[in-house]
Design a protein around this ligand. Sequence first.
Ligand code: ATP
Ligand code: ATP
Ligand code: MG
Ligand code: MG
Ligand code: MG
Ligand code: MG
Length: 267
Amino acid sequence: MANSKYGYVRSFEQPDSLLSNTWIVVRIDGRGFSKLTAKYKFIKPNDRNALDLMNAAAEAVMKELPDLVLAYGNSDEYSFVFHKDCVLFERRASKLTTTIVSTFTSYYVFLWSTYFPDKPLTPPLPSFDGRAVCYPSDINLRDYMSWRQVDCHINNLYNTTFWTLVQQGGMGAQEAEQRLSGTVSSDKNEILFKDFGINYNNEPECFKKGTVLYRDFFPTPAAQRTSLQTLAAFPSPPIASPQPTRPYFRPVSQPIGRTIPYPQDQV
Ligand code: ATP
Ligand code: ATP
Ligand code: MG
Ligand code: MG
Ligand code: MG
Ligand code: MG
């Protein structure tokens, strides 16, 4: 094939290797999930099963791609971080992105019935888009994560207030939208608290802040591993050089801002 008279067409392919020594973030996002959530009657504003399914698919992606060190997800999106020293697929953007997107989509569809046993999937089936972006510094990567998390917070506060006005306040969608137009965060907190007795702070952490999956580079002795205290802010990504402990790679799912039991040692 390589030497046929047709081989010249390979020269039309554009190089797309990503800059060396930078964090590569591949973000995927569900296509048309506003429609999909309506079709499968997701609980609004946050369907826990749907979030668990996203997290399970992301965990499977991390298990299949050892070069991934960290992932962050909320709503219908997930960001996957390849280590700076990653050389997978010669760092080609299209190969990295399409492999993540298709692996994630396969698991999302494969695991669907586990999370929605009473809602069989029918076409059009769930699909995701994806893009790859390089971040040169650790601060840039951290700010990227903060950017996605702020987006999660703003959307979730809006959605929580909107759906409370609709579900508990008896408003129509348009009326609720009008009520919220021009409001700032403190106004929404006040609507929730004064009109409905809801303290937004008490909403589940993974609704407010999203979910982090990270690889446990440096497992401590089992005896010390009783729990993991997480930071209220975004936890520092595990950016230490991973090579010496590659065999110990293991994804850990963790809603931000909460102490969770450490998973059983599997190594
Ligand atoms: P696009 O194809 O442009 O991404 P979209 O309809 O997917 O279009 P998004 O901006 O990605 O638009 O929004 C995702 C939608 O899915 C939002 O309306 C969000 O509230 C909804 N959604 C995602 N996850 C859940 C969930 N777990 N529970 C309820 N709704 C969800
Ligand atoms: P890569 O991840 O680099 O693509 P690969 O193992 O998929 O690695 P390919 O060059 O894509 O490598 O080759 C695909 C392989 O799958 C070949 O060995 C091919 O013979 C085999 N294969 C694909 N389709 C079939 C099929 N329908 N029946 C039998 N073998 C198949
Ligand atoms: Mg999109
Ligand atoms: Mg979407
Ligand atoms: Mg989205
Ligand atoms: Mg192949």
